[in-house]
Design a protein around this ligand. Structure first.
Ligand code: AQP
Length: 354
Protein backbone atom coordinates (compact mmCIF):
# COMPACT_ATOMS: atom_id res chain seq x y z
CA UNK A 1 0.00 0.00 0.00
CA UNK A 2 1.42 3.39 -0.96
CA UNK A 3 1.53 6.11 1.68
CA UNK A 4 1.77 9.89 1.62
CA UNK A 5 5.38 10.98 2.05
CA UNK A 6 5.66 13.09 5.22
CA UNK A 7 5.94 16.75 4.24
CA UNK A 8 5.61 19.89 6.34
CA UNK A 9 4.04 23.09 4.99
CA UNK A 10 3.24 26.33 6.77
CA UNK A 11 2.81 30.00 5.96
CA UNK A 12 3.02 33.43 7.56
CA UNK A 13 1.25 36.56 6.32
CA UNK A 14 3.34 39.65 5.51
CA UNK A 15 0.93 41.92 7.35
CA UNK A 16 3.17 43.66 9.87
CA UNK A 17 5.84 43.07 12.44
CA UNK A 18 6.29 39.47 13.50
CA UNK A 19 5.75 39.04 17.21
CA UNK A 20 6.56 36.55 19.93
CA UNK A 21 3.28 34.68 19.24
CA UNK A 22 4.25 34.08 15.61
CA UNK A 23 7.71 32.99 16.76
CA UNK A 24 6.67 30.58 19.52
CA UNK A 25 3.46 29.36 17.87
CA UNK A 26 4.93 28.84 14.42
CA UNK A 27 8.49 29.80 13.40
CA UNK A 28 10.28 28.03 16.23
CA UNK A 29 8.43 24.84 15.31
CA UNK A 30 9.36 25.36 11.64
CA UNK A 31 13.02 25.37 12.63
CA UNK A 32 12.77 22.21 14.75
CA UNK A 33 10.88 20.24 12.08
CA UNK A 34 13.68 20.71 9.54
CA UNK A 35 15.63 18.00 11.31
CA UNK A 36 13.02 15.31 10.73
CA UNK A 37 11.00 16.37 7.66
CA UNK A 38 11.15 17.94 4.24
CA UNK A 39 9.65 21.39 4.77
CA UNK A 40 8.08 24.12 2.66
CA UNK A 41 7.72 27.54 4.30
CA UNK A 42 5.79 30.24 2.53
CA UNK A 43 5.24 33.96 2.95
CA UNK A 44 1.55 34.05 2.09
CA UNK A 45 1.31 37.43 0.38
CA UNK A 46 -2.00 36.66 -1.37
CA UNK A 47 -3.58 36.16 2.07
CA UNK A 48 -2.37 39.64 3.05
CA UNK A 49 -4.74 41.09 0.41
CA UNK A 50 -7.73 39.97 2.49
CA UNK A 51 -6.79 42.63 5.05
CA UNK A 52 -6.31 45.47 2.56
CA UNK A 53 -5.85 45.35 -1.19
CA UNK A 54 -3.38 48.23 -1.38
CA UNK A 55 -0.33 47.73 0.79
CA UNK A 56 2.31 50.38 1.11
CA UNK A 57 5.14 47.93 1.37
CA UNK A 58 4.09 44.37 0.69
CA UNK A 59 7.46 43.60 -0.90
CA UNK A 60 9.30 44.99 2.12
CA UNK A 61 7.08 43.01 4.53
CA UNK A 62 7.62 39.85 2.49
CA UNK A 63 11.39 40.34 2.68
CA UNK A 64 11.15 40.99 6.40
CA UNK A 65 9.24 37.73 7.10
CA UNK A 66 11.76 35.87 4.92
CA UNK A 67 14.59 37.46 6.89
CA UNK A 68 12.91 36.27 10.11
CA UNK A 69 12.69 32.72 8.73
CA UNK A 70 16.39 32.71 7.84
CA UNK A 71 17.50 34.48 11.01
CA UNK A 72 15.57 31.97 13.14
CA UNK A 73 17.48 29.14 11.48
CA UNK A 74 15.46 27.92 8.49
CA UNK A 75 17.76 26.49 5.84
CA UNK A 76 16.45 27.55 2.40
CA UNK A 77 18.75 25.17 0.53
CA UNK A 78 17.77 22.01 2.38
CA UNK A 79 14.09 23.10 2.37
CA UNK A 80 11.92 25.47 0.34
CA UNK A 81 11.25 29.11 1.25
CA UNK A 82 9.21 31.26 -1.15
CA UNK A 83 6.36 33.75 -1.40
CA UNK A 84 2.95 32.52 -2.45
CA UNK A 85 2.25 34.88 -5.37
CA UNK A 86 5.22 33.44 -7.31
CA UNK A 87 3.30 30.20 -7.71
CA UNK A 88 -0.03 30.92 -9.42
CA UNK A 89 -1.24 27.36 -8.81
CA UNK A 90 -2.13 28.40 -5.23
CA UNK A 91 -4.89 30.64 -6.58
CA UNK A 92 -5.86 28.09 -9.23
CA UNK A 93 -6.35 25.26 -6.74
CA UNK A 94 -8.13 27.65 -4.36
CA UNK A 95 -10.73 28.27 -7.06
CA UNK A 96 -11.34 24.54 -7.41
CA UNK A 97 -11.62 24.26 -3.62
CA UNK A 98 -14.11 27.15 -3.62
CA UNK A 99 -16.27 24.87 -5.71
CA UNK A 100 -15.74 21.92 -3.33
CA UNK A 101 -16.19 23.76 0.00
CA UNK A 102 -19.62 24.91 1.21
CA UNK A 103 -20.55 28.50 2.13
CA UNK A 104 -21.84 27.24 5.49
CA UNK A 105 -18.36 25.92 6.33
CA UNK A 106 -16.83 29.35 5.70
CA UNK A 107 -19.53 31.20 7.62
CA UNK A 108 -18.72 29.18 10.73
CA UNK A 109 -15.06 30.26 10.84
CA UNK A 110 -14.41 32.28 14.00
CA UNK A 111 -11.54 34.20 12.38
CA UNK A 112 -13.93 35.41 9.66
CA UNK A 113 -16.49 36.45 12.26
CA UNK A 114 -13.83 38.28 14.32
CA UNK A 115 -12.22 40.02 11.36
CA UNK A 116 -15.45 40.88 9.50
CA UNK A 117 -17.00 42.24 12.72
CA UNK A 118 -20.54 43.54 12.60
CA UNK A 119 -20.38 44.71 8.99
CA UNK A 120 -20.16 41.25 7.43
CA UNK A 121 -21.95 42.21 4.22
CA UNK A 122 -19.15 44.64 3.54
CA UNK A 123 -16.29 42.19 4.17
CA UNK A 124 -14.39 41.06 1.09
CA UNK A 125 -15.24 37.74 -0.51
CA UNK A 126 -11.51 36.99 -0.11
CA UNK A 127 -11.81 37.22 3.68
CA UNK A 128 -14.66 34.70 3.62
CA UNK A 129 -12.80 32.37 1.26
CA UNK A 130 -9.45 32.71 3.11
CA UNK A 131 -9.55 29.11 4.46
CA UNK A 132 -10.06 27.77 0.95
CA UNK A 133 -6.83 29.44 -0.20
CA UNK A 134 -5.13 28.14 2.94
CA UNK A 135 -6.28 24.60 2.10
CA UNK A 136 -4.88 25.08 -1.41
CA UNK A 137 -1.53 26.29 0.00
CA UNK A 138 -1.19 23.08 1.99
CA UNK A 139 -2.69 20.54 -0.37
CA UNK A 140 -0.91 21.85 -3.47
CA UNK A 141 2.13 20.10 -1.98
CA UNK A 142 0.04 17.25 -0.49
CA UNK A 143 1.57 18.24 2.85
CA UNK A 144 0.93 15.84 5.71
CA UNK A 145 1.81 18.11 8.65
CA UNK A 146 1.24 21.80 9.35
CA UNK A 147 2.87 23.54 12.33
CA UNK A 148 0.62 26.44 13.40
CA UNK A 149 -0.57 28.35 16.44
CA UNK A 150 -3.78 27.31 18.14
CA UNK A 151 -5.74 30.10 16.40
CA UNK A 152 -5.42 28.22 13.10
CA UNK A 153 -6.87 24.94 14.38
CA UNK A 154 -10.32 25.54 12.87
CA UNK A 155 -8.83 26.39 9.46
CA UNK A 156 -6.83 23.15 9.54
CA UNK A 157 -10.01 21.19 10.28
CA UNK A 158 -11.59 22.83 7.27
CA UNK A 159 -8.58 21.86 5.15
CA UNK A 160 -9.22 18.25 6.15
CA UNK A 161 -12.93 18.64 5.30
CA UNK A 162 -12.04 19.94 1.84
CA UNK A 163 -9.53 17.13 1.23
CA UNK A 164 -12.04 14.55 2.40
CA UNK A 165 -14.86 15.90 0.22
CA UNK A 166 -12.58 16.09 -2.83
CA UNK A 167 -11.36 12.52 -2.24
CA UNK A 168 -14.88 11.26 -1.79
CA UNK A 169 -16.51 13.24 -4.66
CA UNK A 170 -13.85 12.02 -7.10
CA UNK A 171 -13.03 8.62 -5.58
CA UNK A 172 -13.97 6.60 -8.68
CA UNK A 173 -12.00 8.84 -10.98
CA UNK A 174 -8.97 8.86 -8.64
CA UNK A 175 -8.99 5.06 -8.56
CA UNK A 176 -9.57 4.79 -12.33
CA UNK A 177 -6.56 6.98 -13.15
CA UNK A 178 -4.50 5.28 -10.46
CA UNK A 179 -3.54 8.48 -8.68
CA UNK A 180 -4.88 7.53 -5.27
CA UNK A 181 -3.27 6.62 -2.02
CA UNK A 182 -5.17 4.23 0.23
CA UNK A 183 -6.12 5.70 3.58
CA UNK A 184 -8.37 4.91 6.47
CA UNK A 185 -11.12 7.46 7.06
CA UNK A 186 -13.16 6.39 10.08
CA UNK A 187 -14.19 2.83 9.29
CA UNK A 188 -13.80 3.24 5.56
CA UNK A 189 -10.74 2.54 3.47
CA UNK A 190 -10.68 5.14 0.72
CA UNK A 191 -8.50 5.90 -2.23
CA UNK A 192 -7.66 9.56 -1.79
CA UNK A 193 -5.56 12.02 -3.73
CA UNK A 194 -5.13 14.53 -0.91
CA UNK A 195 -3.87 13.59 2.57
CA UNK A 196 -5.84 14.50 5.68
CA UNK A 197 -3.27 16.93 7.03
CA UNK A 198 -2.34 16.85 10.71
CA UNK A 199 -1.95 20.15 12.56
CA UNK A 200 1.08 20.41 14.86
CA UNK A 201 -0.10 22.75 17.61
CA UNK A 202 1.32 21.38 20.87
CA UNK A 203 3.80 23.15 23.13
CA UNK A 204 3.69 25.34 26.23
CA UNK A 205 2.61 28.43 24.24
CA UNK A 206 0.29 27.35 21.42
CA UNK A 207 -1.61 30.65 21.83
CA UNK A 208 0.46 33.52 23.17
CA UNK A 209 -1.84 36.15 24.62
CA UNK A 210 -1.64 39.95 24.60
CA UNK A 211 0.59 41.46 27.30
CA UNK A 212 -2.20 43.96 28.01
CA UNK A 213 -5.10 41.52 28.18
CA UNK A 214 -4.59 37.83 28.91
CA UNK A 215 -7.88 36.92 27.25
CA UNK A 216 -6.92 38.24 23.81
CA UNK A 217 -4.41 36.69 21.43
CA UNK A 218 -1.13 38.52 20.82
CA UNK A 219 -1.66 39.91 17.35
CA UNK A 220 0.06 42.04 14.71
CA UNK A 221 -3.08 44.08 14.23
CA UNK A 222 -3.59 45.06 17.90
CA UNK A 223 -3.50 48.88 18.02
CA UNK A 224 -1.36 48.81 21.17
CA UNK A 225 2.30 48.03 20.50
CA UNK A 226 2.63 47.35 24.24
CA UNK A 227 0.41 44.28 23.73
CA UNK A 228 3.13 42.39 21.87
CA UNK A 229 6.87 41.80 21.73
CA UNK A 230 8.02 42.27 18.15
CA UNK A 231 10.92 40.22 16.83
CA UNK A 232 12.60 43.53 15.98
CA UNK A 233 12.25 45.09 19.45
CA UNK A 234 15.53 46.01 21.15
CA UNK A 235 16.40 44.98 24.71
CA UNK A 236 15.10 48.21 26.28
CA UNK A 237 11.77 47.93 24.50
CA UNK A 238 11.36 44.27 25.49
CA UNK A 239 12.18 45.19 29.08
CA UNK A 240 9.65 48.06 29.09
CA UNK A 241 6.90 45.91 27.59
CA UNK A 242 7.40 43.08 30.09
CA UNK A 243 7.60 45.54 33.00
CA UNK A 244 4.29 47.03 31.91
CA UNK A 245 2.64 43.67 31.15
CA UNK A 246 -0.64 43.27 33.00
CA UNK A 247 -0.50 40.90 36.00
CA UNK A 248 -2.49 40.26 39.16
CA UNK A 249 -1.38 41.08 42.72
CA UNK A 250 -0.75 37.47 43.84
CA UNK A 251 2.60 35.65 43.88
CA UNK A 252 3.22 32.92 41.30
CA UNK A 253 1.71 29.56 42.25
CA UNK A 254 3.85 26.46 42.86
CA UNK A 255 1.81 24.18 40.59
CA UNK A 256 0.11 24.62 37.21
CA UNK A 257 -3.38 24.20 38.69
CA UNK A 258 -2.72 27.50 40.47
CA UNK A 259 -2.58 29.23 37.06
CA UNK A 260 -6.22 28.42 36.30
CA UNK A 261 -8.30 31.58 36.23
CA UNK A 262 -5.15 33.75 36.15
CA UNK A 263 -4.90 34.45 32.41
CA UNK A 264 -2.01 36.93 32.55
CA UNK A 265 0.09 34.82 34.94
CA UNK A 266 -0.57 31.73 32.83
CA UNK A 267 0.50 33.61 29.70
CA UNK A 268 3.79 34.89 31.12
CA UNK A 269 4.67 31.46 32.55
CA UNK A 270 3.81 29.85 29.18
CA UNK A 271 6.06 32.34 27.37
CA UNK A 272 8.92 31.69 29.76
CA UNK A 273 8.50 27.91 29.40
CA UNK A 274 8.41 28.06 25.60
CA UNK A 275 11.43 30.34 25.41
CA UNK A 276 13.59 27.93 27.39
CA UNK A 277 12.04 24.67 26.16
CA UNK A 278 10.66 23.68 29.52
CA UNK A 279 7.17 22.86 30.73
CA UNK A 280 4.99 25.31 32.66
CA UNK A 281 5.14 22.88 35.60
CA UNK A 282 8.95 23.17 35.69
CA UNK A 283 8.75 26.96 35.56
CA UNK A 284 6.29 27.28 38.46
CA UNK A 285 8.35 24.81 40.47
CA UNK A 286 11.25 27.24 40.12
CA UNK A 287 9.35 30.52 40.58
CA UNK A 288 6.41 29.43 42.79
CA UNK A 289 5.88 31.85 45.70
CA UNK A 290 7.84 34.66 44.01
CA UNK A 291 6.31 38.01 43.08
CA UNK A 292 6.08 39.27 39.49
CA UNK A 293 8.67 41.87 40.45
CA UNK A 294 11.16 38.98 40.58
CA UNK A 295 9.76 36.93 37.70
CA UNK A 296 9.53 39.75 35.15
CA UNK A 297 13.28 40.57 35.12
CA UNK A 298 14.06 36.85 34.65
CA UNK A 299 11.58 36.70 31.77
CA UNK A 300 13.08 39.85 30.23
CA UNK A 301 16.60 38.44 30.37
CA UNK A 302 15.48 35.19 28.74
CA UNK A 303 13.44 36.94 26.02
CA UNK A 304 16.35 39.26 25.17
CA UNK A 305 18.77 36.30 25.07
CA UNK A 306 16.56 34.39 22.63
CA UNK A 307 15.34 37.25 20.46
CA UNK A 308 18.40 39.53 20.16
CA UNK A 309 20.43 37.24 17.90
CA UNK A 310 17.38 36.86 15.63
CA UNK A 311 16.70 40.59 15.35
CA UNK A 312 20.40 41.31 14.76
CA UNK A 313 20.56 38.74 11.96
CA UNK A 314 17.31 40.08 10.48
CA UNK A 315 18.81 43.57 10.37
CA UNK A 316 21.94 42.23 8.70
CA UNK A 317 19.96 40.34 6.06
CA UNK A 318 17.69 43.28 5.36
CA UNK A 319 20.65 45.62 4.82
CA UNK A 320 21.22 43.97 1.46
CA UNK A 321 18.13 42.27 0.11
CA UNK A 322 19.90 40.50 -2.79
CA UNK A 323 20.25 37.27 -0.83
CA UNK A 324 16.62 37.30 0.36
CA UNK A 325 15.33 37.92 -3.17
CA UNK A 326 17.49 35.08 -4.51
CA UNK A 327 16.14 32.71 -1.82
CA UNK A 328 12.55 33.57 -2.76
CA UNK A 329 13.20 33.17 -6.49
CA UNK A 330 14.92 29.81 -6.05
CA UNK A 331 12.25 28.57 -3.60
CA UNK A 332 9.52 29.74 -5.98
CA UNK A 333 11.01 27.70 -8.82
CA UNK A 334 11.27 24.55 -6.75
CA UNK A 335 7.77 25.00 -5.32
CA UNK A 336 6.37 25.58 -8.84
CA UNK A 337 7.71 22.25 -10.03
CA UNK A 338 5.74 20.39 -7.34
CA UNK A 339 2.67 22.61 -7.75
CA UNK A 340 2.64 21.97 -11.48
CA UNK A 341 2.50 18.20 -10.99
CA UNK A 342 -0.37 18.48 -8.52
CA UNK A 343 -2.41 20.75 -10.78
CA UNK A 344 -1.89 18.43 -13.73
CA UNK A 345 -3.22 15.55 -11.60
CA UNK A 346 -6.13 17.60 -10.25
CA UNK A 347 -7.19 18.73 -13.72
CA UNK A 348 -7.03 15.15 -14.86
CA UNK A 349 -9.11 13.97 -11.89
CA UNK A 350 -11.85 16.56 -12.21
CA UNK A 351 -12.03 16.33 -15.99
CA UNK A 352 -10.55 19.66 -17.05
CA UNK A 353 -7.90 17.83 -19.03
CA UNK A 354 -7.92 14.44 -20.68
N1 AQP B 1 -0.68 34.85 19.49
C1 AQP B 1 -0.25 33.77 18.85
N2 AQP B 1 0.18 32.69 19.55
C2 AQP B 1 0.64 31.59 18.89
N3 AQP B 1 0.71 31.49 17.56
C3 AQP B 1 0.30 32.56 16.84
N4 AQP B 1 0.24 32.79 15.52
C4 AQP B 1 -0.27 34.03 15.30
N5 AQP B 1 -0.54 34.63 16.45
C5 AQP B 1 -0.20 33.74 17.43
C6 AQP B 1 0.67 31.84 14.51
O1 AQP B 1 1.62 32.49 13.68
C7 AQP B 1 1.52 31.94 12.37
C8 AQP B 1 1.47 33.04 11.37
O2 AQP B 1 0.32 33.82 11.59
P1 AQP B 1 -0.23 34.74 10.42
O3 AQP B 1 0.62 35.92 10.26
O4 AQP B 1 -0.33 33.96 9.19
O5 AQP B 1 -1.68 35.09 10.80
P2 AQP B 1 -2.43 35.45 12.11
O6 AQP B 1 -2.72 34.22 12.88
O7 AQP B 1 -3.60 36.20 11.67
O8 AQP B 1 -1.40 36.36 12.92
P3 AQP B 1 -1.67 37.67 13.73
O9 AQP B 1 -0.38 38.12 14.26
O10 AQP B 1 -2.74 37.50 14.71
O11 AQP B 1 -2.10 38.71 12.63
P4 AQP B 1 -3.40 39.58 12.55
O12 AQP B 1 -3.28 40.58 13.62
O13 AQP B 1 -3.27 40.17 11.18
O14 AQP B 1 -4.58 38.70 12.71
C9 AQP B 1 0.28 31.05 12.35
O15 AQP B 1 0.68 29.69 12.47
C10 AQP B 1 -0.46 31.45 13.59
O16 AQP B 1 -1.21 30.39 14.14
Amino acid sequence: MSEFKPLVFSGVQPTGNLHLGNYLGAIRKFVALQESHNCIYCVVDLHALTAQIVHQDLVGQTRSITAAFLAAGIDPKAHIVFNQSRVPQHAELAWIFNCVARIGWMNRMTQFKDKAGKDRENASLGLLAYPSLMAADILLYRATHVPVGDDQKQHLELTRDIAQKFNSDFSDRIAEIGLGVEMQVGKELINGYFPLTEPLIDGPAPRVMSLRDGTRKMSKSDVSDLSRINLTDDADTISKKIRRAKTDPQALPSDVEGLVGRAEADNLVGIYAALCDRTKAEVVTEFGGQQFSAFKPALTELAVDVLSPISEEMRRLLNDTTHIDAVLADGGERASAIADRTMTDVKHIIGLQC
